[in-house]
Design a protein around this ligand. Structure first.
Ligand SMILES: [Zn+2]
Length: 307
């Protein structure tokens, strides 16, 4: 027997190692399963374009505001100048900003959809992301369509744009409040990771909050919190499952069931909305209620669990 075992050589790019079960998966099989591990259900991160393909009917996506690109108002330099960072991200991702927005069809139902891409400067929210989210909300309101936002944002507010980034939290939140006040339906899908200023604004304000299994969701990352409070955190802290248990997330949905779930929710909540408006906006004591009411949401989620 030879003293040194020959190292197995695997052809580059055909196989991928799973972070969940540590197994090795054939890439083509993984792609067929929408980048969900067939062994352990680990949800790999996907980019914005892949996300849109997964959520929307073929050839229905009409992109809005594609030419918007970040300015560099502070002339900011960290490791590299911000302008250089943006242009290298644009080349890497083949898009001009961390957000894709537009109109598309979900099993034949029209929606305004907005996706933050975890690959482009970690999906962080600068002026362009904030503006596109706000315009999406306003367009959904104008066209009387449901709004679906998929978040993949590890960076929160983008520090390179300073307070202009922070202002986007207030701007997006105000637009969403107006939309909801007018009776619009907003569904958010939180994917791994959704953190910082994105989570502290539009990602946490939807009528229905869906999360992908295992997604890291929170404000500051767990390591930062541990260092600050000098205590260890409970197991599973800031995962989608932990947040479901504590009432922050309404439902956890496997990536391959997201499209049908969103379609079902839109059918239940939008088609009968006019009727529901009459019933739900005033309860029998004449008190204004929010639509969908929390009891209605509980019934909805329970109906999914039974199916
Ligand atoms: Zn796995």
């Amino acid at each position: 027997m030879s003293l040194f075992r020959k190292k197995k050589v695997m052809p580059n790019g055909l196989w991928i190692s799973c972070k969940g079960c540590k197994g090795v998966i054939y890439k083509k099989i993984l792609e067929k399963k929408s980048n969900v591990c067939p062994e352990c259900d680990y949800h790999f991160r996907i980019n914005g374009k892949e996300r849109l393909n997964l959520m929307l009917d073929d050839n229905t996506f009409q992109e809005y505001w594609a030419s918007m690109s970040s300015a560099d108002p502070l002339n900011f330099t960290d490791r590299i100048p911000y302008k250089e960072r943006i242009s290298s991200e644009q080349k890497k991702c083949g898009m001009l900003s961390a957000c894709i927005a537009g109109k598309g069809g979900i099993n034949g139902k029209e929606v305004i959809i907005c996706v933050t891409d975890p690959v482009f400067v970690m999906g962080s929210m600068g002026s362009v992301v904030g503006e596109k989210v706000t315009r999406s909300v306003e367009t959904a309101m104008k066209m009387d369509l449901p709004l679906v936002i998929v978040t993949g944002s590890g960076g929160g507010a983008r520090m390179q744009e300073g307070s202009i980034s922070l202002m986007q939290m207030a701007k997006t939140s105000a637009a969403i409040a107006r939309f909801q006040e007018a009776g619009g339906l907003y569904i958010v899908i939180l994917t791994d990771p959704t953190l910082g200023g994105v989570m502290a604004s539009f990602a946490s304000q939807a009528d229905i909050i869906i999360a992908e299994p295992g997604a890291l969701i929170g404000f500051a990352g767990p390591r930062v919190i541990e260092q600050t409070i000098k205590k260890s955190l409970p197991p599973g802290f800031q995962t989608a499952e932990f947040l479901l248990e504590h009432g922050f997330v309404d439902m956890i949905v496997d990536r391959n069931d997201l499209k049908s779930t969103v379609h079902k929710l839109m059918t239940m909540l939008c088609d009968d909305r006019k009727e529901a408006d009459k019933l739900e906006h005033k309860d029998n004591k004449g008190v204004e209620t929010v639509y969908p009411s929390s009891s209605m949401k509980k019934e909805l989620v329970a109906s999914f669990d039974q199916n």
